[in-house]
Design a protein around this ligand. Structure first.
Ligand code: FAD
Length: 555
C-alpha cells in the first residue's frame, strides 16, 4: 500500500513525487506528434514555480490559536507550514494547477487539521465557529471543479482545511448483508485491499482511484469507470454519519424505505456543505470470477452509440461501455503507435478498413464485462450480436486489456504537458439518448471555437463512458496551446463556452465531477430558483452560519 503522507505527494501535480508518466522510450516522438497535432512549431519550456517562490500570505491564526487546535488533536495533526498550506489550497483541475504553477492562487488554508474520529471533527467545527473560520473538508483533494478550494465566506476571517485521511479504518464488515462501514478518509487502494481479503469489492474505480477517498466519492456523487455494474456513489451509499455544525446527522442502512425522501441522497453530492462525512456504509459485490475487456470498431459515432443504446435498453449486463468519437480514436491510436515502425500488416489493415467505410470517421468501442463466467459469456454473445448488427467489427481483447492495465495512467501525462506550454482539461455531462447526438456535436463545436478564438488549434475529443436506459454521459478532453500571456483568461473563456452550451441544450452541468466553485454559475439554471431554495434550507438546517465549504455547490 502507498505512502500517502503529504510530503510524498506532488503539491502542484498528480501522484507521488517519484511517479512519472511512462512514454515507453518514445518520449521525443510523442512530443513531436503533439506539437504537430497542435500546429505548434515547437513546445516551449514552461516550468512551474518552486514551492518557495509561490506568493503566500501569513496565516491569520495566532500561535495561541494553533496551540488550542493542537490541544484538541495533537501537535502533528495541526499544520500551518508552507507545504501543507499550498498542498491543500486547491484541488487537481487544470485551472487549479496552472494557478499553482504560476503562483496565482487566491488563498490557502490558515491551517490544516487531521482529525481521527467524529468527536475530533466536532471539536474542530466548534473551534472554527467560535473564531469565524470556514471549514473545507478535504479527502484526496482530487476535485476538478474547485471543490476543495480554500475560500472563506464573506463572514469568515480565514479557512481551516479538514483533511480526512487520518480516518481510514474498516469499522464493520457485514458479509451476510454484503455491506461494509469504513471511515470516510480511506483511499481507494486500501479500501479495495481490505475488501479483497474477504472476496468482496466495492467496484468503484474512478480514474482518480489511486488518490481519492470514499468520503470524496460520496460527497462529489462520483462514478467509477465500471459504474454500469457497480453503480454510482449515490447508489452504493447505504448509510453515513455526517458531523455538522449542529450535531451528528446519521442515516440508516435500510435496503429501501418509504419513510419520506432518502437523506442519503442529500449527503451524496453535498460537497462538504452540510458537514464532514466521518464514516459511510457501502453496498458491496463479490469479486468477479471473470473479466472480459474487448474492442469493436464502428464506422462512425452514431452507429456505435446506437449499438450501446440497444445493449443498455435490452438490459444486457455490462461493467463498462466506452465509445470514443473519431477524434479521440485517432489521437489515442496515434499516441499508442508513435515512434514505432508501421508494419506492413497494419498498413494493409488500415487500407482495407478505409476501403470498407471504416476510415477517418471510425470509432473505437471498449466493452468491459465482469461477473461469474456464465453471466460474462451470456453478455459476450448478446453484446457481440448487437455490435455486429450496427456494423461493429470485433477486434479482439488486446485494446480492451491494455486499456484495463493502464486505466489510471493518463493523469500522469498532464504535468509534463503543463511543463511544455500545452493545456489539457476535461469536462463531462449527461443527457437523454434523444439529445445525445446533438449535444455531443454542440459541445465539440463550442470547445473548438473557444480555443480557436485565441488563434490556436486544439484537439477536442469526446467519448461515452457511463450509460443508462434513458441516456448517457458525454465526456470531453481538450488539448490546446496555452496563451502564456493570459492562460487563466483563456481557460475561463473555454469553460464558459462549453458550460453555456451544456446548460442551454439539455445537459447537466456535471455527470460525475460535481459542482464545486467552478460550476456554481450554472447550477440555478439546472435546479431552478425554488430548487436552490430547497437546498439552501437543508443546508441552513445543519449549518446556519454557512461555515462548511462556502462558495461551493450553492450560489
Ligand atoms: C485525473 C482525475 C481523474 C478523475 N476521474 C474521475 C472519475 O473517473 N470519476 C469521478 O467520479 N471523478 C473523477 N475525478 C474527480 C475526483 O477524483 C472525484 O470527484 C473524487 O470523488 C474526489 O474524491 P477526493 O477524495 O479526492 O475528494 P476531494 O477532492 O478531497 O473532495 C471533493 C469534494 O468532496 C468534499 N469532501 C471530501 N471528503 C469529504 C468528507 N469526508 N465529508 C464531506 N465532504 C467531503 C470536498 O469538500 C469537496 O467538495 C477525477 C479527478 C482527477 C484529477
Amino acid at each position: 500500500l502507498r505512502d500517502y503522507s503529504r510530503d510524498n505527494l506532488r503539491w502542484n501535480g498528480w501522484g507521488a513525487v517519484d511517479e512519472e508518466y511512462d512514454f515507453g522510450g518514445r518520449e521525443r516522438d510523442a512530443w513531436r506528434f503533439i506539437a504537430d497535432a497542435l500546429e505548434m512549431e515547437a513546445l516551449p519550456a514552461t516550468p512551474a514555480l518552486e514551492l518557495e517562490e509561490v506568493p503566500l500570505e501569513a496565516t491569520t491564526l495566532s500561535d495561541d490559536e494553533l496551540d488550542q487546535l493542537a490541544a484538541l488533536l495533537d501537535d502533528e495533526r495541526v499544520c500551518a507550514d508552507r507545504y501543507q498550506r499550498l498542498f491543500h489550497a486547491v484541488g487537481k483541475s487544470y485551472y487549479d494547477l496552472i494557478r499553482l504553477r504560476r503562483g496565482a492562487i487566491e488563498g490557502a488554508p490558515d491551517a490544516v487539521v487531521y482529525p481521527r474520529d467524529a468527536d475530533e471533527i466536532a471539536a474542530v467545527l466548534a473551534f472554527a465557529a467560535e473564531r469565524e473560520l470556514a471549514v473545507v473538508p478535504y479527502g484526496g483533494g482530487s476535485s476538478v471543479v474547485g471543490g476543495v478550494e480554500a475560500r472563506p465566506g464573506p463572514e469568515h476571517r480565514g479557512v481551516l482545511t479538514l483533511d480526512t485521511t487520518e480516518m481510514r479504518e474498516l469499522l464493520d464488515l457485514d458479509r451476510r448483508s454484503r455491506q461494509a462501514t469504513f471511515q470516510a478518509g480511506i483511499y481507494g487502494p486500501q479500501l479495495e485491499h481490505e475488501l479483497g481479503l474477504h472476496g468482496m469489492t466495492l467496484g468503484h474505480y474512478p480514474q482518480s482511484f489511486e488518490y481519492s477517498t470514499l468520503g470524496g466519492w460520496i460527497a462529489a456523487r462520483g462514478s467509477g469507470q465500471q459504474s454500469n455494474r457497480y453503480g454510482t456513489a449515490d447508489e452504493f451509499l447505504a448509510a453515513a454519519t455526517v458531523v455538522t455544525p449542529r450535531g451528528i446527522l446519521r442515516t440508516r442502512d435500510y435496503p429501501h424505505s418509504a419513510a419520506g425522501p432518502d437523506l442519503n441522497h442529500l449527503i451524496a453530492g453535498s460537497e462538504g456543505t452540510l458537514g464532514v462525512i466521518s464514516d459511510a456504509t457501502v453496498r458491496l459485490h463479490e469479486l468477479p470470477e471473470m473479466r472480459d475487456y474487448r474492442g469493436y470498431l464502428f464506422r462512425d459515432f452514431d452507429s456505435g452509440s446506437e449499438a450501446i443504446r440497444q445493449i443498455v435498453q435490452a438490459e444486457i449486463p455490462t461493467a463498462m461501455i466506452r465509445l470514443s468519437d473519431a477524434d479521440e480514436t485517432r489521437f489515442y491510436g496515434a499516441m499508442a503507435t508513435v515512434g514505432k515502425p508501421e508494419s506492413t500488416k497494419s498498413k494493409l489493415t488500415d487500407q482495407l478498413l478505409g476501403a470498407t467505410g471504416y476510415g477517418e470517421g471510425r470509432c473505437l468501442m471498449l466493452l468491459g464485462l465482469e461477473g461469474d463466467a456464465e453471466q460474462v459469456r451470456y453478455s459476450q454473445a448478446r453484446t457481440l450480436a448487437a455490435c455486429v448488427r450496427h456494423g461493429g467489427i470485433p477486434i479482439g481483447s488486446s485494446a480492451g486489456e491494455s486499456w484495463f492495465e493502464s486505466r489510471f495512467r493518463s493523469p500522469y501525462l498532464r504535468d509534463p504537458l503543463l511543463d511544455r506550454g500545452v493545456g489539457v482539461d476535461t469536462l463531462e455531462t449527461s443527457t437523454t439518448w434523444a439529445n445525445a447526438r446533438s449535444l455531443h456535436r454542440r459541445i465539440r463545436e463550442a470547445l473548438r471555437d473557444a480555443i480557436a478564438a485565441r488563434g490556436a488549434h486544439g484537439i477536442v475529443m469526446g467519448h461515452i463512458s457511463h450509460t443508462y436506459v434513458t441516456g448517457t454521459s458525454l465526456y470531453f478532453t481538450f488539448v490546446f496551446p496555452r496563451d502564456l500571456d493570459d492562460e487563466i483568461g483563456q481557460w475561463f473563456e473555454i469553460k464558459r463556452a462549453a458550460s453555456d452550451v451544456i446548460s442551454a441544450h439539455g445537459g447537466t452541468i456535471s455527470h460525475h465531477h460535481g459542482v464545486g466553485a467552478d460550476h456554481v454559475d450554472w447550477i440555478e439554471a439546472e435546479k431552478g430558483e425554488l430548487g436552490i431554495e430547497v437546498l439552501r434550507a437543508a443546508r441552513s438546517g445543519v449549518d446556519p452560519d454557512a461555515t462548511m465549504n462556502p462558495g461551493k455547490l450553492l450560489p
